[in-house]
Design a protein around this ligand. Sequence first.
Ligand SMILES: NC(=[NH2+])NCCC[C@H](N)C(=O)O
Ligand SMILES: [Mn+2]
Ligand SMILES: [Mn+2]
Length: 343
Amino acid sequence: MSLAGRATRLPASIVTSAHGLRYYSKMKHAYSNYQTVNIIGYPFSIGQPIDGVHLGPDAMREYGIVQRIKRDAGRKVRDLGNILLDNSRKGEQFGIVKDPATVSAASKLLSEKIQSVLEDDSLPITIGGDHSLAIGSIHGHTARIDDLCVLWIDTHADINTGESTVTGNMHGMPLSILMKELEKKRIPGFEWAKPCMTAKDIAYIGLRDVDPEEFKYIEDIGIHMATMADIDHHGMGSVFERALDTINPRRDRPLFVTWDIDVFDPSEAPSTGTAVRGGLTLREGLHLAEQIAKSGLLVGFDLVEVNPKIGSQEDVKKTMDTACFIIEALLGKTRRANVYQKR
Ligand SMILES: NC(=[NH2+])NCCC[C@H](N)C(=O)O
Ligand SMILES: [Mn+2]
Ligand SMILES: [Mn+2]
């Protein structure tokens, strides 16, 4: 739909722009809430070794994510289905990094899909799949939206390079492909994705399992990080405000969120490949998601690393329920009343 078609609901700065996407930064508290949510499934597991995470998107659909977004968040939804991905292991390696070419090809497809959804003035949300998908989703957003900033909500920093990685798993490396400051350390095969982020564009929330070499990169480059210790000390509300004060001080930059389900405590999200105790409560996660929605700055997000093959049926259900809660809250559902639902 064209921007002009919704002239009555949108601030003048958007309506008058011929290229709406370039003007996200001028708008406040209005735009994304009227966009149709487009769900992209990314059934991919080659960025990590455990079987099952590629089944995340279909499991979430079966669990009812589309209906929940419609009913509880009151949003229009279009399910674009899964991206067709080559999800087979080739055993190709760069040093100890596993299957980088397969990861690269898959994330390139995601970047292109994201760009087409944004061209359509819709709000893309990607359901993973392992976290290597952030290469594609963040690249796709920066290709269409000026001045993007990112919240990386995760237990892990996912900024390992080919030199620093201990596991060789690419879901622990997506940020090193995207950061300009780490350009020299990029592994080959991602030439299509020019580094598009700098330290001032990104902040972490929820970290508690950062590899020593990753910590060095973060300190050297100067990325803002809020660990679980910070959340304990200051509370989620102020941790969120501090993160935005750093990357979005005037609250005018469009915001992308990449949300790894393993940021939650395993009691809330057991079915994930790299669970670490001592994580977010559901309430902390909900508060963060609600504040993000309230900012009016959100232009897209992903939810990754739900693995329906890990744990009991009960575990899987709980993990998907947590994921649904977060997705709905990011899309405007609050615990007060649903402001976007028709009365
Ligand atoms: N997206 C994730 N769950 N990443 C976990 C990464 C764990 C570890 N730091 C690694 O590089 O392998
Ligand atoms: Mn993680
Ligand atoms: Mn991650």
